[in-house]
Design a protein around this ligand. Structure first.
Ligand SMILES: *[C@@H]1O[C@H](CO)[C@@H](O)[C@H](O)[C@H]1NC(C)=O
Ligand SMILES: *[C@@H]1O[C@H](CO)[C@@H](O)[C@H](O)[C@H]1NC(C)=O
Length: 324
């Protein structure tokens, strides 16, 4: 079944208060490891594709060399699987020593030297989704650690937790991040955790404590997933519009332009829809090896300017046609 939708721009303004850290005045743009590199930790067998300092540095280099930074892509983000299996003797998080031999501070310095920002990942529960140490019971210490390392964005996942706790836990982490004094963009999976456990979400508090928030299932490099997300955003359009605006944005997940699972026209459709949602544009692809047409699409200044509209207003779905 194919959905043909027509979307228009509305002039709704987000009503709720947004997180007051000066960040995400327009939707954040950057790159994230997950869809393309997932939890590949085998650097012996796969040195060019494992989650490592080398991979992040190479992506940062390409973001600058190939025009992405000039187009507005700013955050280079590591998802799950960067951690060592245990905290250190002072209970601090530490990266895997083999894959991040110089530590995260060094990597942040490198990324900053390119004029970019570094994003990192943790989880609200006892473990991350892939089983690395989670932040439960250590949120304050972890916020301090990230700030000391010079991290600029935290994606805070929701595995191994009870989503009933999200409405206390995510505001607590937001407060600890604030107390570090370092502006750190807070990317939450709070409503997504609630969705997974069949709880309803109250976007007022989410907008107050998070800069961006996932609220639906993961995207994959397959157009069916993109269509499901577009339908969910369309079906909930009137509600979501009220909470999208400077300081806080809905996150329909990563941009798969440059992958292998979607045709070029499907990739165009994804990017266009994400731009109309005022969504974060976090690419997950291999910038070292990307088709020219995908790169040109990602750098399309007209699409980016729709996404980066300073009003941050989400478009309105006005018509849906279903065809076989
Ligand atoms: C912390 O919150 C206060 C009050 O909302 C805000 O003025 C300040 O800029 C925030 N600081 C950081 C680092 O986010
Ligand atoms: C949520 O609802 C779905 C569909 O009704 C069900 O399959 C799933 O087990 C429920 N999950 C929880 C955590 O209750």
């Amino acid at each position: 079944m194919v959905f043909i939708c027509i979307w228009l721009f509305a002039t709704f303004f987000a009503t709720g208060m947004s997180l007051d850290n000066g960040l995400a005045r327009t939707p954040p743009m950057g790159w994230l490891t997950w869809i393309r590199f997932a939890c590949n930790t085998d650097c012996d067998y796969d040195p060019n594709f494992c989650i490592s300092e080398k991979l992040i540095k190479e992506m940062a280099d390409h973001m600058v060399q190939d025009g992405y930074k000039d187009a507005g892509y700013e955050y280079v983000c590591i998802d799950d699987c960067w951690l060592a299996k245990e905290r250190d003797e002072n209970h601090r998080l530490q990266p895997d020593p083999k894959r991040f031999p110089n530590g995260i501070k060094h990597l942040a310095d490198y990324v900053h030297s390119k004029g970019l920002k570094l994003g990192i990942y943790e989880d609200f529960g006892t473990k991350t989704c892939a089983g690395y140490p989670g932040s439960e019971f250590y949120m304050q210490l972890d916020a301090q650690t990230f700030a000391e390392w010079g991290v600029d964005l935290l994606k805070f996942d929701t595995c191994h937790s009870d989503a009933h706790d999200n409405k206390e836990g995510y505001p607590a982490m937001s407060m600890y991040l604030n107390q570090t004094g370092r502006p750190i963009l807070f990317s939450c999976e709070w409503p997504y955790g609630e969705l997974q456990q069949n709880l309803s979400s109250d976007y007022g508090p989410v907008r107050k404590y998070c800069n961006v928030w996932r609220n639906y299932w993961d995207v994959l490099d397959d157009f069916q997933y993109v269509k499901n997300i577009v339908k969910f955003y369309g079906d909930n359009n009137a509600l979501f519009q009220k909470y999208s605006g400077p300081g806080g944005f809905f996150d329909p997940d990563q941009v798969i332009v440059g992958g292998i699972g979607m045709s070029h026209y499907q990739q165009r459709a994804q990017l266009a829809m994400w731009a109309m949602f005022s969504a974060p544009l976090m690419m997950s692809n291999d910038l070292r090896d990307i088709q020219n047409e995908a790169r040109e699409l990602l750098l399309n200044k007209y699409i980016i300017s729709v996404d980066q509209d300073p009003l941050g207003a989400m478009a309105t779905r006005v018509w849906v046609a279903q065809t076989e």
